[in-house]
Write a protein that binds this ligand. Structure first.
Ligand SMILES: [Zn+2]
Ligand SMILES: [Zn+2]
Length: 144
């Protein structure tokens, strides 16, 4: 895997050898947090994410990460919803709530349409100018 790299840990800012995406200290802490949260959940399966965070001292966003990573299976815990990463609405699946997904889809569609249109305009120009010129030029040099 190439030469080892040094990187600043995104969690604590400490310089560390890039083996995982966070430093050993933070990794250890994350594993402790996970064990704590998972153990507590086993005993209290009807708990909300806020209660879980209050009881274990593990932050809501850290718990949410465990859920996204598939380490905590929300399906087993009826009240364990977590904030949508965009608007903070409580959700039970995925990273975003359905309304954020809708908004995103609409935006993506708009961008796509705009790009398709721009692409269309550009290809017109290119046929007339640069594109034709370059292929002509390459042909003359015997590179096409
Ligand atoms: Zn760290
Ligand atoms: Zn949302």
């Amino acid at each position: 895997m190439g030469t080892p790299q040094l990187k600043n840990c995104p969690k604590c800012g400490k310089l560390f050898l890039l083996i995982r995406n966070i430093c050993d200290n933070c990794y250890q802490k994350q594993e402790d947090d996970f064990l704590k949260a998972a153990a507590y959940l086993r005993e209290h399966s009807g708990i909300t994410i806020q209660e879980l965070s209050d009881e274990t001292g593990v932050s809501v966003s850290q718990i949410r990460h465990f859920i996204w990573a598939g380490r905590i299976l929300v399906d087993n815990f009826p009240n364990l919803s977590y904030p949508c990463e965009t608007c903070g609405n409580m959700i039970h699946k995925g990273r975003k709530c359905s309304s954020c997904m809708d908004t995103l889809k609409k935006l993506a569609n708009q961008v796509e349409k705009r790009e398709a249109k721009a692409e269309g305009d550009r290809s017109h120009e290119q046929k007339g100018l640069a594109g034709g010129y370059i292929s002509h030029y390459l042909k003359e040099k015997g590179e096409m």
